[in-house]
Design a protein around this ligand. Structure first.
Ligand SMILES: Cc1ncc(COP(=O)(O)O)c(C=O)c1O
Length: 403
């Protein structure tokens, strides 16, 4: 495995502590923490806060770095507090009719279910489609089988698009089983059928570069692979899609909204055409101070090099596990990885160990200084750009010992 692209010294992880759950919460770089502290110092003396620099240029810098991290243009970025609010913005901005349908894979993280389910009062139906034989979610999630390389989840989704489907909404990388869906294949089919294609990107952002060519909207929070604190994320919308969305209606979403040389109460203005059209108002500036540094840290090495590094570590770990008690799971995941069907999460299925067995494994790993996570039947190991092959070896040893 090559040298980690992200210098671990940029973070403040304790020696011996192995954090492999940025899929729950990413560590923030020291630079992000310092930027927040510096900004707070200025807030103690508001006469040192500069409206142009701090309230306008800082958010603009976040949009610019966010666009770089996902290979997009800054005009198409809207700052949002989190993934959910990006998806809620979309759900509320579209023009719905009774009987319209939103299609989603079975077992989406709730941030990509409730914004659509909230439209039920307007006659909109939220329909879920299982992605493979034996796929379960909800109260049955621990009885689910795990996805295999021979499964065709995208094929099942496309076969389920119906005459009333207006939106296909799904996670690029799924939070529990770690499956990465093929945005190009899905998006091309949606475009041909006039279905809007909305992506919850948080489990891939910062660890992989999405192909947005056929996507209409991509929402993410900043607190996982993007290595920022909770509180700020962003929504990307395709320029061809944005005009279909009603503006959010904030004072900064109109032309010259922040130009105080013009009367603020002059309401004879047009909505902005760029991503600010969908922003909720002044963003959380402390979070901007942090997120911009986190994004700069990632962009300095390039998300594509982080993606390549994560993959090397995943192969290394799965090869180490090939002949032991985790051999079957390692083979399943290696096949998925070989077919480019996984994001940064290696999700080991519980294989009959059940909730108690997995939670026991989790607490034993934690006692060894290793911090994975357990969700809906899977033991999740998430590598990032600072992890090393020694880290992967340590996890292999730990998993063998726990099995
Ligand atoms: C797929 C997915 N979407 C969204 C979120 C979080 O949503 P939000 O940014 O609104 O907190 C998570 C967090 O676990 C997630 O796994």
């Amino acid at each position: 495995v090559t040298q980690p692209p992200l210098d671990p010294g940029l973070l403040q992880l304790e020696p011996g502590l192995l954090w492999v759950q940025h899929c729950s919460d990413g560590p923030i770089p020291r630079a992000s923490a310092s930027a927040v502290q510096a900004y707070l110092e200025r807030e103690l003396k508001p006469w040192t806060v500069d409206f142009q620099r701090d309230d306008l240029e800082l958010p603009a810098a976040v949009r610019r770095e966010a666009a770089r991290a996902i290979g997009a243009s800054l005009e198409d970025i809207s700052l949002t507090p989190n993934t959910s609010s990006g998806l809620v913005t979309l759900a509320q901005a579209l023009d719905w009719g009774a009987g319209d349908e939103v299609l989603a894979p079975l077992g989406e993280f709730p941030s990509n279910a409730w914004p659509w389910k909230a439209l039920e009062a307007r006659g909109v139906c939220f329909r879920e489609v299982p992605l493979w034989e034996g796929h379960r979610a909800g109260v049955g999630s621990w009885d689910s089988s795990a996805p295999q390389v021979t499964d065709d989840p995208e094929g099942r989704i496309l076969a389920a698009l119906g005459p009333r489907t207006r939106v296909l909404a799904l996670s690029w990388v799924r939070f529990q089983d770690g499956l990465k869906l093929d945005l190009r294949r899905l998006g091309e089919a949606c475009r041909a059928k006039g279905v809007a294609f909305v992506v919850d990107g948080i489990q891939g952002a910062g660890c992989a570069v999405p192909d947005l060519s056929w996507v209409d909207a991509f929402a993410t929070g900043g607190h996982k692979g993007l290595l920022a604190p909770q509180g700020l994320g962003f929504l990307w919308t395709a320029p061809s899609f944005r005009p279909r969305l009603a503006p959010t209606g904030s004072w900064l979403s109109v032309e010259q909204g922040s130009d105080f040389s013009r009367s603020s109460t002059d309401f004879d203005r047009a909505w902005l055409a760029d991503g600010r059209r969908l922003e909720p108002g002044t963003p959380d500036i402390l979070s901007c101070a942090a997120l911009v540094e986190s994004l700069r840290t990632l962009n300095a090495v390039g998300v594509d090099s982080i993606q390549a590094h994560i993959r090397e570590l995943q192969v290394h770990l799965l090869d180490r596990l090939a002949r032991g008690a985790w051999g079957a799971e390692a083979a399943r995941l290696k096949a998925l990885l070989g077919a480019d069907r996984l994001g940064p999460i290696l999700a080991f299925h519980h294989e009959g160990r059940g909730v108690q067995g997995m939670l026991r494994m989790l607490s034993e790993a934690t006692a060894l200084g290793i911090h994975p996570s357990v969700r809906e039947g899977y033991f999740r190991i998430a590598f990032h750009g600072w992890h090393t092959s020694e880290d992967a070896d340590r996890i292999a040893d730990c998993l063998e010992a726990l099995s």
